[in-house]
Design a protein around this ligand. Sequence first.
Ligand SMILES: [Zn+2]
Length: 559
Amino acid sequence: MRHFKSTVAALLAFSMIFSLTACREKVSDKEFEKKLTRSVTTETIPEPTETEPPEPTETEPTDTEPTDSSSDPSNMQGLNLKAPVPEKNCAIEIPQDERYHYDMVLTLDPETNTVSGHVVAYFFNNSNEAWSDLCFRDYPSLFKDSQTSGVQGSDGALTEVTNITVGNTALTMKRDSDVSVFWVSLPQPLHPNDTMTLSYDFTTKIPSLKDRFGVHNGVYNVTNFYPILAVYTEDGWSHEKFYNMGECFFSEIADYNVMLTVPSEYKILSTGTETKADNQGDKTTYTISAPCVRDFVFCASTSFKFFEDDYKDTHIRVVYDEAHPASTEMDECAEASLKAAQDSLAAFGEAFGEYPYPELDIILAPIEAGGMEYPNLIICTAESYYCMKNSYERIPFEQMSIVVAHEIGHQWFMGIVGSNSGLEPWLDESFASYTEIVYAEYIGLSDQYDHYSKKYMDLSSSAIHDSLKSMDQIPVNRSYYSFSNENSYVYAAYEIGKQALYQMEEAVGREEFHAIIREYVHRNAFTNSTEDRFFEVLFECAGQDNQALNALVESVFER
Ligand SMILES: [Zn+2]
């Protein structure tokens, strides 16, 4: 997700940090003003273009030793690392392992603003404990009212879930006090490695919201809309409380085979790839295949205008609502978004490994957050400011381009490498925010992020540490629920985490840090990762004796 409304909070938070740290760090007002403005302009108002020349790429020497002799030298690529790493632009292969699958027959009914479906879910017990109950997440039920969703104007309803069966046995659901959770008791436990096929029907009400889940001006954002099996962790079933200013979505990789019926005048975009469209009267049924993803979502409208192109083997589509254009420059905005998507796939493919899916859809849609990520599909805000050519510092449509890059960054950090975004939000939000810098570097705007450099605000310094600590913005690696307020969470997960990753890059070298992340992605692709797994790769590759890195990690993270 990328925040939009948090701008003022971020500005205030940063102002307070400045007031606490500026004198100690001897940052001039002018320098700070530049830092502050740049740190928030991607979400606020345009500032005049600055004309500073780009600075050369910094690749500070590290304290690390040369190549470990036990490593394969052919995989070191001349980098100052202690473990082999994948090459730039390496392939991220879709694994052949057995995984969950969801076969869904869905119908969107715009008359009632509902989506209903029949689901056949195949899964297996991937834990070491027997399962006597199954836990499902049912996020749409939260939108029955504003109190449970936290979103004003929520006019949804509790999801109707019926006909839950295993074989010929009918099962019943029991809704939790948290309405986004329900439990299904099994007639006999599902033991480790045992498989199960469970079917159920559901009807979900789509709220009338200008949001990532909702319908506004006839644009349907249909996301997190069906009951999905929760993740079983070492602490049992994971069912973190929902919060609207971020994500608590957490699921296992699965193959989705979907038949989606909509009125024929509707155009759709979705996770996966359409393999067939069957017109029958005034309805069209799309057959969609979405292998190896964490979720399935779709967007629908009668007035999407399409812009399409490829990047290598990936087909990219950008749409906006032609009936309600957010600006007079929407065609150019869509073209710019398409270019940003191509550049993002190129930049991140080189740095982290190539995007492994054949399709990527970008919906410029009416949502109030900056953007939201889903597998193979991102929603970016069509708020007018983002859709105007002159909302930029250096390139036209820069604000939208950065949002596109951030959400595409999530395809690696959320999509390919999963994580529990409620308990370890920095693993997807800080990383996706860091990808904005990788994108900016790729298109030649590296100096735009200079203010994240250690030379402007050294996160390993005790003064900065103390200030951020007093603001409850470090340690960064905490659950959403442990922050004292939403602003601290937003600032820690999006800004301090991003800056920490940038200063890790400075500590080990840019090429080295990208290679370390490639190795992290390579080891954890299509799993649910943890921060321990990231730090394991980091120190295995960078070594234990990089003093700048060690000081940074010690200051910003709790380990
Ligand atoms: Zn995000």
